[in-house]
Design a protein around this ligand. Sequence first.
Ligand code: ZN
Length: 655
Amino acid sequence: MKSVRRFLPVFAQFCLAASLPLFAQTSPLLPSQKAPLSDRVLAYQIDANYHPKDHSLDAQETLTWTNYTGQPQDRLPFHLYLNAFQPNSTFTREGHLVVDRDVPVGSNWEDKHFGADVIKSFEVVGMGDLISQLHFIHPDDDNAADQTVVEVQLPRPVAPNEGITFKIAFHDQFPEIVARSGYKRDFLLAGQWFPKIGVWWKNAWNCHQYHATTEFFADFGTFDVKLTLPANFNVGATGVKTSETTNSDGTKTLVFRAEDVHDFAWTTDPTTKIVEDTVQLSSGTVKIRMIMQPGHMASAPRYLTALKGTMKKFDEWIGPYPYSQITVVDPPHGGGAAGGMEYPTFITADTTWWVPDGLKIPELVVEHEFGHQYWYGMVATNEFEEAWLDEGINQYTECKVMDALYGPDVDVLNTRAATASERGLARMGYIGVAQFDPMTRRGWQFVDFESYGGITYDKTALVLFTLEHIIGEQKVRQAQHLYFERYRFKHPTADDFLNTVNEVAGQNLDWYWNQSVRGTPVLDYRILSADNERADWAEKDAPKQEKQGETEYLSNVVVHRKGDFLFPVILEVKFDDGQTVREHWDGQDRWHRFEWHRRAKLVSAEIDPDHAVLLDRDRFNNSWREESNSRATGKITGYWMLLTQWFSQMLAWLV
Ligand SMILES: [Zn+2]
């Protein structure tokens, strides 16, 4: 509270909320929730000692895994993700290939980015020390140097429904921040820092190596994590803190508990300011805990407003948030590689000291990462294999929430000089990469980082916006709600999502899914030609002068299906007598000619007049005017390209 008072003159209102007494909340779930919420396949107990001097830790992990696979298991895989941060790992190799945000173009290996997770001992209760039975495996490639997945061969199988307990001692070396893990000066973001067991999924072990573009997939369970570190270090973590003791050697030990989550991350830094508040949701009062950099306090009220607004919208639209706390970490200057990341009940934001009010980057990052509490956190899809189910659905809900909170068309940039919207940026992210990869591509197999982002995030959002045009916005929302209700604390697949939409829509939309989700056809209808001919052209005594309202015209518009995506087309035409006509075409053939015989001249024609088919790659060929101003259109196009390229760069770190 001391740190907050320091900023009282500037943030009086904000700090008033922050100075509310803490309520005694030591359960990680809200009282309204009937635990357990998940199968709780896992129970982790980790006792870790962090050494800030060399950014390393030593820990003892006790993991109990229950065999719900329905068959005996004698080979179990574990992730050792920190080993990704090594020069010959698959992560590093792929980063150079696809040019992602974590491995800069042309960069050489730097030792400061070295990370490691080394198993010191590996005991299985009742089976003895099995460290000699560990071996690295490479389920995704032939990179023998990759050490991000280790497998243990048990001397005897674990029977169905039987539990097995591992006692693993490990040593972590954190890198200077890479891919949302590591240190910057005294700041540490500890993500993917402990040996984590794989998931039995689709009748096989699913334990992918750490890839440059993919994230994580794990089973639900409980975490009891004990962290010992210098007494002056602030700490934030998944779940809630249940105890804190000061030790005689200048350290302190904090204990955190999390339930019905599938991962555990934490952060520490001696210089941060803690800001606390609450938000009232239908499920109860949720505590907000923000760990702020002192130089970023101007962004704290912005984070808070965005977070509360987002939590309320998700509560209203999708379903209840069941946890008693959400922790927001604000990374330090130079630590942007830690920004924009999600872990259960724990997200990282991003800002700088200078962000103007009209540029909604701090808001957007907080919204996006909180959205992952639903699309990843609770609805725990496989981010390696079906990344669009979390990133893409989350991108769509991000657009909807940001629209609702900050206004459509201005939810990213709202200044006198320029405005920008999330959906506009999504279109620009998609159109350049439309023909390389389907949304269903495995995350690490996209042609490059642009395609991964443009398809996984942007195209998914555009597909769902275009779905609104087909079945209505309310039905899309109902489908998301039902999908959440049905699959929270489970591992649904793409088919589960698509079938849920089909069910709510009351129709089989496979014609749409096959093209948009499972394929790479491009949707592009254009006006090929438009023309007015005098209906009396063949009459010898026809008056030479045309007269508005009297002269009859044969008008026609040819609409061309330029792309290979089949989609129903609405054409709106206007005549010089003020009449507007809407025509429909099933869009199946390559082209279609519309004709009118009227005492009025066609003055304009437009495909998709409601601008609802956001998948249409080229909207500049959608309209025709009798006197078109091509110069103006060209100028607008150029302006948009410039602006969106700038934003694409800025947003490239959102994960
Ligand atoms: Zn994301």
